[in-house]
Design a protein around this ligand. Structure first.
Ligand code: PGA
Length: 258
C-alpha cells in the first residue's frame, strides 16, 4: 500500500512571522493524524525554512524546500545546495515545478541533475511533470509526460526511485481554479505508472507515489484521492491558510486505499 502524501507548496508567500503562525496552526490542527498513514510536508520559502523546521520538529509534519542547486558548494551566487537543505532538516525538495520551468529556465537536464543530487544527499525529490493547455489541446499530453519522466529520471535505478515522488500538475490547472476532473487526473496518473513500469519494473512502479497538483481544495480532494493511482496532492493556494490546508489533509486522511 502506498502511503498518502500531501505537500503544501507555499511558493513566494509568507514572511517569517506568518510562516511560524501557519505552521504552528497546522501542527495544532493535525497532531492527531498518524504519520504511518499519511505524510504531511510543508514547503516554505528558503527564508522561513529554519523557523518552520523548529516548529515542526518531532511532530508528524515534515519539511521540504521548493528547489535547490545540484552542487554541494561553490561560487554559485543565489543558489542553495543539497548540503544546506540537509543542514536545515529538509526531508523533501520540490524539483522542476512548472513555474521554474516557465520563468527560470529549468529543463529536463537540470531537473535530472537536481533529482540525482537530492537522492545522493538523502533528500526525497518531488519531481513535477505536466502539460500546458496548448499541449493538451494539441493532444500532446502523453508526449510531454514521456519527455518529462524519461529525461527527468535518466540514469536513476529502481532502489533510488523508491525515494522519488512524482507530482502530476497540468499547468492549466495551477492557480486557475480549474482542476482536472478526477478521471482526467487518473488517466494521466495511470499512464505515468505504466511508464514507470517500463523505466523500472512493476514492483517499483507500484510502490512509487504520484501526487496530483493544480487547484486542489478541501472540496475536491476526496474525489481525487478516490482514484486508484492518485496517492496524494501538491497544494499551492489552499496550503496558505490553516483552515483550508488542515481540512484538506484531514479529508485526504479519510480515504483509505486498497
Ligand atoms: P495551486 O498550485 O494549488 O495553487 O493550483 C499547485 C502548485 O503549483 O503546486
Amino acid at each position: 500500500m502506498r502511503k498518502t502524501i500531501i505537500a503544501g507548496n507555499w511558493k513566494m508567500y509568507k514572511t517569517i512571522p506568518e510562516a511560524i503562525e501557519l505552521s504552528n496552526g497546522l501542527k495544532r490542527e493535525l497532531f492527531k493524524l498518524d504519520k504511518d498513514a499519511i505524510e504531511i510536508v510543508l514547503c516554505p520559502a528558503y527564508t522561513a525554512l529554519s523557523e518552520v523546521a523548529e516548529v515542526v520538529l518531532e511532530s508528524n509534519i515534515q519539511l521540504g524546500a521548493q528547489d535547490m542547486y545540484w552542487q554541494d558548494e561553490g561560487a554559485f551566487t543565489g543558489e542553495v545546495s543539497p548540503k544546506m537543505l540537509n543542514d536545515i532538516g529538509c526531508a523533501f525538495v520540490i524539483i522542476g515545478h512548472s513555474e521554474r520551468r516557465l520563468y527560470f529556465n529549468e529543463t529536463n537536464e537540470t531537473v535530472n541533475k537536481k533529482v540525482k543530487a537530492a537522492l545522493s544527499a538523502g533528500i526525497k525529490p518531488i519531481m513535477c511533470v505536466g502539460e500546458t493547455l496548448a499541449q493538451r489541446e494539441n493532444n500532446e499530453t502523453f508526449k510531454v509526460i514521456d519527455d518529462h519522466i524519461l529525461n527527468g529520471l535518466k540514469d536513476i535505478n529502481a532502489t533510488e526511485a523508491l525515494n522519488i515522488v512524482i507530482a502530476y500538475e497540468p499547468v492549466w490547472a495551477i492557480g486557475t481554479g480549474k482542476t482536472a476532473t478526477p478521471l482526467q487526473a487518473q488517466e494521466v496518473h495511470q499512464y505515468i505508472r505504466n511508464l514507470l513500469v517500463k523505466v523500472f519494473d512493476r514492483d517499483t512502479a507500484d510502490a512509487m507515489r504520484i501526487q496530483y497538483g493544480g487547484s486542489v481544495k478541501p472540496d475536491n480532494i476526496i474525489e481525487l484521492m478516490n482514484q486508484p493511482d492518485v496517492d496524494g496532492a501538491l497544494v499551492g493556494g489552499a496550503s496558505l491558510k490553516i483552515d483550508s490546508f488542515s481540512d484538506l489533509v484531514k479529508k485526504a486522511n479519510q480515504v483509505r486505499k486498497k
